[in-house]
Design a protein around this ligand. Structure first.
Ligand code: ARG
Length: 469
């Protein structure tokens, strides 16, 4: 076959090298976007007086036909072409001959690929964001279902202080909302229309770029053709958002692997989201969570790999930039599947309230005893000393605060009495919190309401599938 650039060469390309540099193997997903961009470009050329009315009509009819065929049958988007742009152009020329050959006037694949990927990300990010909303919804559902149940919060993976189980789930929801926001930023970054940049220096036809941007749904036009043809910051932003999302999913997965283990037993995983062992009949493994954690490395790798590709590039388009697509498609698919799997697992979680509450009490109340002394006028450092001694004694006797008699309390400090002892409970600890971001039941109830509103605003009917909440 002839190539887009055959005229310049007197020999056919080496098969292996051609295959190596081609991107058609993976850029087919840009098909719709490439056709959409070409339709808009045809009209822009007509408006600039480059294409006659009958030519643009023929081109648009052919492009629409190509699009319909590609949509109906993915096997249609096939061939010996170098990339998706060459494929669409070949199909067009096969249909309309010379008029088709005119469509590439003033346009370069350098800006075309930038446009396509921007269009692609704009629509795909919205889908990924919807999955994140579903995950936030699932986490909120668990928070609601937990009611007033208590659990220990950990620092250094050592029991720290009691919190509401709802507070725990809302913590992960808060992180996922930041991921949603970061994806929004990637969309904003992609929201600049590059056509009119040419290969590097800009088009020498009277292209109304503002009109083109509006027609393609962009809010602005790129500012510099040299920058625009080699700018993939929107790719970096997207990969960063995916990597950040995966890091959050991974931390949630790690929590759940731990909290659903026999040793902790705070939460239970449904059979449907676990896997058995071929050897050990008793096993119910959290494979999905482990894979989410594992795949995080891969997505972080896509980000770091991509930044490494970018760092040494001289200005203007370089073929290295073609690496953007596999990074984007793989990070996107991996993040998408991981979010969906995580949502399914979260929806399936059951709670063992007795077990979490027992774990939330005991020595996790030490700070509350210190706070109580402070409330009674003892300087905090001194209070810390006193309670430290109590903890040491209790640990030695394998007891906790609840087992201390009124005399025991007083022995440690004259300001500790029966009334004080009565206040040292996990529930009292949680209720004593005052700040809006705290685990105080009122604060958590308000937070829950706020998250519900956030989810509601982002779901068409106000309810993503929340069957298990
Ligand atoms: N397939 C190429 C890519 O993905 C399209 C741009 C080709 N441009 C060029 N000058 N060879 O980057």
């Amino acid at each position: 076959m002839t190539h887009l650039w055959s005229g310049r060469f007197d020999t056919a390309p080496d098969d292996e090298v051609f295959e190596f540099q081609a991107s058609f193997g993976f850029d087919r997903c840009l098909f719709d976007d490439d056709v959409e961009g070409s339709l808009a470009w045809a009209e822009a050329l007509a408006a600039a007086g480059v294409l006659a009315a009958d030519e643009v009509a023929a081109i648009c009819t052919a492009l629409t036909d190509i699009r319909d065929r590609g949509r109906a049958d993915s096997g249609f988007v096939e061939g010996p072409d170098e990339d998706i742009h060459a494929f669409v152009e070949r199909q067009l020329i096969e249909r309309v001959g010379d008029a088709g050959k005119r469509l590439h006037t003033g346009r370069s694949r350098n800006e075309q690929v930038s446009l396509d990927l921007r269009l692609y990300l704009r629509r795909r990010i919205a889908v990924l964001q919807r999955e994140l909303v579903a995950l936030v919804d699932a986490l909120t559902g668990r928070a609601e279902a937990a009611g007033s149940a208590l659990m220990p919060a950990y620092t250094h993976l050592r029991r720290a202080q009691p919190i509401l189980v709802a507070h725990y789930f809302l913590a992960h929801a808060a992180a996922v909302r930041r991921d949603h926001r970061r994806l929004e930023i990637a969309t904003e970054e992609a929201d600049a229309m590059p056509l009119g940049s040419g290969a590097v220096a800009g088009a020498s036809y009277a292209i109304d770029t503002a009109e083109l941007a509006a027609r393609l749904g962009f809010s602005r036009v790129v500012v510099n053709s040299l920058d625009a043809t080699a700018d993939r910051d929107f790719v970096s932003a997207f990969l960063h958002a995916c990597a950040g999302t995966m890091v959050h999913l991974s931390r949630l997965a790690e929590d759940l692997v731990i909290f659903t283990s026999e040793e902790f037993g705070f939460f239970g995983l449904a059979d449907a989201v676990t896997t058995g062992s071929s050897l050990m009949p008793q096993k119910k493994n959290p494979d999905a969570l482990e894979l989410v954690r594992g795949k995080t490395g891969r997505v972080i790798g896509r980000l770091t790999g991509w930044l490494t590709t970018m760092k040494g590039l001289p200005s203007g388009y370089n073929k290295d930039l073609q690496e953007d697509k596999e990074a984007v498609f793989d990070a996107e698919a991996t993040a998408m599947r991981s979010v969906r799997a995580t949502t399914a697992v979260v929806r399936s979680l059951t709670l063992d309230p007795a077990r979490v509450e027992t774990a939330a009490s005991g020595l996790a109340l030490a700070t509350d005893v210190a706070d109580l002394l402070v409330a009674r006028g003892v300087p905090f450092r001194e209070a810390h000393e006193v309670v430290g001694r109590m903890v040491r004694d209790l640990l030695a006797k394998n007891r906790d605060f609840a087992s201390l008699s009124p005399e025991d309390w007083r022995r440690y400090h004259t300001r500790l009495d029966t009334e004080a002892a009565g206040q040292i409970t996990a529930r009292g600890s949680v209720a004593a919190r005052r700040t809006p971001q705290s685990t105080a039941p009122d604060a958590v109830a308000a937070a829950l309401l706020e998250v519900r509103g956030w989810v509601h605003e982002r779901t068409a009917a106000g309810n993503v599938d929340s069957t298990s909440s």
